[in-house]
Ligand binder design. Sequence first.
Ligand code: HEC
Length: 120
Amino acid sequence: MTKNLRVKLLLILYTLLFPITAFATEVVAETQFSQGKEKAIVCMTCHGVDGISTIDTYPNLQGQKQAYFIAALKAYKLRQRNDGLAILMHAQADVLSDKDMQDIAFYFNQVKSTPVKSDD
Ligand code: HEC
């Protein structure tokens, strides 16, 4: 097999497989979103279903960067975040595994608010 032919075959293979991998990635993302949503139910009582809290002193989580989100949860778990209202988060973070944190972080990063309909 010449080098040229090998490159062409690889390109054809890539073109055939790309939609499959793209689809698989989408399915994985949807699964993580719904798993995260399920695990985040308790969080929603304070942070809102769509990550927009209804209480002024509670932070919004919608669109939050996943690495920051996970780091914050770990800091609550390790009691490195202690001041202010952090006490409300300690018990929340204690029960979360690393996988739970990743799934919930993914959910709040991706979730969108449903636009409020106006009459006009
Ligand atoms: C009882 C209300 C309450 C519940 C339930 C709750 N939170 Fe919180 N959360 C707070 C408050 C209040 C803060 C701000 C704490 C502080 O000052 O550090 C906070 C902070 C956070 C932060 C840090 C935000 C930032 O910008 O630094 C993250 C992340 C977070 N919560 C995630 C969660 C997750 C995930 C859950 C569910 C497992 C959850 N919270 C459940 C009240 C709550």
